[in-house]
Design a protein around this ligand. Sequence first.
Ligand code: GLU
Length: 593
Amino acid sequence: MLRSTVASVLASLLIAPLLPATAQAATEAPRVPEAVGAGGVVSSVDPDASQIGIDVLRRGGNAVDAAVAVAAALGVTDPFSAGIGGGGFFVHYDAHTKKVSTLDGRETAPASADENLFVENGSPIPFPEAVTSGLSVGVPGTPRTWQRALQRWGTWSLDKTVRPAEDLARRGFTVDATFNRQVTDNAARFADFTSTRALYLPDGTPPAIGSTFRNPDLADTYRELREDGVNALYRGDVGRDVVQAVRQPPVAPGVTRNVRPGDMTMSDLGGYNAPLREPTRTRYRDLDVFSMAPPSSGGTTVGEALNILETTDLSKETQVQYLHRFLEASRLSFADRNRWVGDPTFSDVPTQELLSQRFADSRACLISPTQAMTSPVAPGDPRNPVPCATVGAPAATPYEGTDTTHLTVADRWGNMVAYTLTIEQEGGSGIVVPGRGFLLNNELTDFSFTPVTPGVPDPNLPDAGKRPRSSMSPTIVLHHGKPVLALGSPGGASIITTVLQVLTQRLDRGLRLVDAIAAPRASQRNGTNTQAEVAFLGTAEAEALRGLGHTFASTNEIGAVTAVERLPDGRWRAAAETSRRGGGAARVVWSSP
Ligand code: GLU
């Protein structure tokens, strides 16, 4: 076994340099939901992207180098979920210092924005009109995130790291069913922009499944970023093209859609920063769960729910009681999220208080084992936790898109990265920057257009330079400072419940990681109905939950998780979806199952 490992190590060392990415044929690499072994692991939704990450690890790069390379590759193969026109949150565990740090690469509103950004004649703009507009485009945070992550923790240059993705964009990749479906779903609005139509509907139809898709404009943009640095976007001609596309969206002649322009300027781009933020930290049993702090609501909401759940031992509950408590904890923590979380630079967000066990206990008090609560439930006051008390009116959970992407990496030194990145809706604003090959985000629609509950302060109204509240929850779990698990998911607000469900199924209910990811999902976000996948609705547990008063609304897929975990013997396991979004791509450097 040792000999075969050594042989495969040698083989990979010998073969890797002989196989530059450009030489590979454009056939789709296999989708594998689980991989176990040593030398580092990558899990993403896409086989080409995961393979690029593995190649970086194999060639001596660390987890951060690989994460940036995978993200850049996802900008090619998963461009409707993420890319340099968007933003995200990068969570890093440093095996040397045992410290978890985060970078906030969230998009910002332009300097001219105020709380009426999405209000016209006293009424909110219809949501779909806001989505497909220049108005909803935030200043992209992804290039700055890559630069800062590499500078701080990486060992490779941006030049070297983005190179494989540039090659992939140039040589092309095989269109799969998800890519084809995503264009089909967006065809009506993509057709309305000259640039987007030319790239994604070249013959008036979506690229066929099995065909090779190339994006030479994106390859050239990546080359410019590699050669000139990310200031090509923040201060240079890529940025000028972004500003132009926002201020004057490239609407095709004869199109009647009302595409509102945005007001982004070069000075908005030039002033963009991706700050380091303290992660949220939640003590759960003997584990430390680190995640993203505001402006994401991911860390506080997953953390509060875990603290609520910790008031009972989930490993000893029946499956029905486990699910009941999972739904009730989600419901309560969403009530608090909606009331209290926004960009901390603009309002006083009680991050620590939301994560205190005392507050969680005061909320757990509301859970009955025999009867589901009726949503919307009112928030509690984290600054003054009183058992079972609530304050003020409930605030609803606004809509968020469901298409983002998450990648998870660990390297041979034990460093880990959990990185969730997005352009918000599937296809973002629908606007490809002409000549540049990437879509602009519509992240600013994550703001409340008007206060969600009249008369109740809303920390998530737009403002100049403000970051809209997110739900992204890239999460890293440690035990006494040592790696246990890293994971995350797309899915808008359902990211939070998805991460919570996978965490508890793995940590408390003893499911194997790949099974915890594959298990049917339900998502309660302080709404009247709990969203649930069809497979969930068909279970005996769902029937029993109905008996406790839960009501469900059927939905297609919830989330697309990728995760990695450290095994007790020091090996790593990467895991991904078995079927959602066509299945994910788990990869390991040296396989030893
Ligand atoms: N914009 C959402 C957020 O930041 C993510 C959207 C998605 O997952 O599709 O939470």
